[in-house]
Design a protein around this ligand. Structure first.
Ligand code: ADP
Ligand code: MG
Length: 256
C-alpha cells in the first residue's frame, strides 16, 4: 500500500513525532501525554503537543491555557505557548466557547487533525507529541496513515478491560507499521503515605504478560497520585516534578 504522507509547512521542522494511544478513555492518556511533554521540556527539548482528541480535548486545560486563543497568520495558525514554552494546538483554542461540543462526523474531524499538522506554524521542534482520541477509530487511523510517526506510546491501566482493548491498539499500530516505543501503565498502584506500601487498587497487574505476548517494552509505571489530579485540574501540570520518562536516545531516536 503506497500512502501519500502529509507535508508540513515551510515554517515547521519536527524531528520526532510520537503519538500517544490508548484502548479506552479515562486511562490518563492526556495526563500522560502532558507529563511526557513536561519531562522532555525539562530535559531541554523543544516540545509541541497536538491535541487530536477533537471531541474530548483536554490538553489546554491541563496546561492552564484554555482561556487563550490561537491566532492566524496568513493561511496558517500559530500554536499557543504554555508558561514553560510548550507549543499547543487544540480545537479548544479555536472555538469561541471552550465548552461548545464538537458534533462533526469522523471524516471532518480527521481533516481538522490533519490541518493541525499541515497548517500550524510549529517552528523547530525536537518532539511533537500527539494526544490521540481513545480507541482505533478514524483519527488514529488517519494519523498513522498520513503523518510521519516515529513511534507510538501506549497508555494502559491494570484493569482487565483496558488491557483487552489495548491489545487491539497495539495490533493496529503493528498493522500500520508504526513502531511501538512501549507501554506506560498508569494508575498502576497507590503508595500509601501512612504504611508506605504499594497497594494495587485495580487488582494485580499482569502487564508483564501482555508486553511479553506483544513483544513490546514497559516504559514505566505511574502511581495513582492525587497531586497529579490537582495540578491537572488547576492547569499547573508544569509544576509536577515526580515523573521522569526514559526518552530519546533510549529508543534509538535521533534527536539532534
Ligand atoms: P484520558 O485522556 O485517557 O481520557 P485523562 O488524562 O483525562 O484520561 O485522565 C482521566 C482522569 O484520571 C483525570 O481526572 C485525571 O486527572 C485522572 N488521572 C490520570 N492519571 C492519574 C494518576 N496517575 N493518578 C490519579 N489520577 C489520574
Ligand atoms: Mg484525553
Amino acid at each position: 500500500m503506497d500512502i501519500q504522507k502529509e507535508k508540513t509547512n515551510q515554517f515547521t521542522n519536527i524531528k520526532n513525532i510520537i503519538a500517544v494511544m490508548s484502548g479506552k478513555g479515562g486511562v490518563g492518556k492526556s495526563s500522560v501525554t502532558s507529563l511526557m511533554g513536561v519531562t522532555l521540556k525539562n530535559k531541554g527539548y523543544k516540545v509541541g503537543i497536538l491535541d487530536a482528541d477533537i471531541t474530548g480535548p483536554s490538553i489546554p486545560k491541563i496546561f492552564g491555557v484554555n482561556k487563550k486563543r490561537a491566532v492566524g497568520m496568513g493561511n496558517e495558525i500559530l500554536p499557543v505557548e504554555t508558561t514553560t514554552g510548550i507549543k499547543i494546538m487544540s480545537i479548544n483554542l479555536l472555538v469561541d466557547q471552550e465548552d461548545a461540543p464538537v458534533v462533526w462526523r469522523g471524516p471532518l474531524v480527521a481533516n481538522m487533525v490533519k490541518q493541525f499538522y499541515t497548517d500550524v506554524l510549529w517552528g523547530d521542534l525536537d518532539y511533537l507529541l500527539i494526544d490521540l482520541p481513545p480507541g482505533t477509530g478514524d483519527v488514529p487511523l488517519t494519523i498513522m496513515q498520513s503523518f510521519e510517526i516515529d513511534g507510538i506510546v501506549i497508555v494502559s491501566t491494570p484493569q482487565d478491560l483496558a488491557k483487552l482493548i489495548v491489545t487491539k491498539s497495539m495490533n493496529m499500530a503493528k498493522m500500520m507499521n508504526v513502531p511501538i516505543l512501549g507501554v506506560i501503565e498508569n494508575m498502576s498502584y497507590f503508595q500509601c503515605p501512612e504504611c508506605n506500601k504499594r497497594h494495587n487498587v485495580f487488582g494485580s497487574s499482569n502487564i508483564e504478560d501482555m508486553i511479553k505476548a506483544m513483544d513490546v517494552s514497559l516504559i514505566g509505571r505511574i502511581p495513582i497520585d492525587p497531586e497529579l489530579v490537582g495540578l491537572c485540574d488547576e492547569g499547573k501540570i508544569e509544576l509536577y516534578e515526580k515523573i521522569n520518562f526514559a526518552f530519546g536516545e533510549e529508543f534509538g531516536m535521533q534527536i539532534e
